[in-house]
Design a protein around this ligand. Sequence first.
Ligand SMILES: O=C(O)C(=O)C[C@H](O)C(=O)CO
Ligand SMILES: [Zn+2]
Length: 276
Amino acid sequence: MEQRYATSPEHVPGMDTAELRRRYLVENLFVDDEVASVYTHHDRVVLLGASPVTGPISLPTFPEIRSEFFFEHREAGIVNVGGPGAVAVDGTSYGLAHGACLYIGRGAVDVVLSSSDPSEPARFYLVSAPAHTTYPTTLVEPGGGIVRELGDALTSNRRTLNQYIHENGVRSCQIVMGVTTLHPGSMWNTMPAHTHDRRTEAYLYFDLAPEARIIHLMGHPSETRHLIVADQQAIISPSWSVHSGVGSASYSFVWAMAGENQSFDDMDGFAIADMR
Ligand SMILES: O=C(O)C(=O)C[C@H](O)C(=O)CO
Ligand SMILES: [Zn+2]
């Protein structure tokens, strides 16, 4: 499991492109028949990617989390960004279509990930945080949860948010998770941008054409930097960082948060005119 220690906004101005990418961009989450994992010390969030091709993958535990099994002290949300697949949790199988979300509560022992068709493998993206109690493992179908329409075609930011795991829906200890899909012709996500100093957030961009890229903005609003991001790559966004992007083609992204509270609207917005 790759370890990424926490950073502060004062570190960012001194970083070159390679260091920004090494600290905040997760490039290779999906390797056939493997589990890739990154532990960020921002709110102790774990990002994990699994792509079962030749057979099912049993979710391992990792020495870095000092747990007998992965969910001994943790919970997670999983979104499938690949072909259809299934996740079996202690013997109960949940089918995950492309874009579906599964919440797995603390205490699940045996988690097995599989693809329905090896020629179109599932790609399971998992975001996990420490959990103090157990909530029921629950599946949300693509397009489910609370739906919010934001932005306007005239400002190229019309988008639909599906809130899957949140305080008024599928319950969790810390994880808040959903998917945002840009409408045709709209390219800007999360603009106007915001921070939420009480939560770390991670984005995973998906359904982006292979040759297309996202220009993702990060950093303190008064000192932003950008990352050029390809399909199925993730961003770690510390609590002090804006997280917003513009695509060179249409795309969706999984957003997930953990931290002090689960209040989606607890954010501090910034007009673009005030950003640097
Ligand atoms: O398009 C958006 O705006 C988002 O999806 C915003 C994220 O959900 C987010 O940043 C939540 O804090
Ligand atoms: Zn946010």
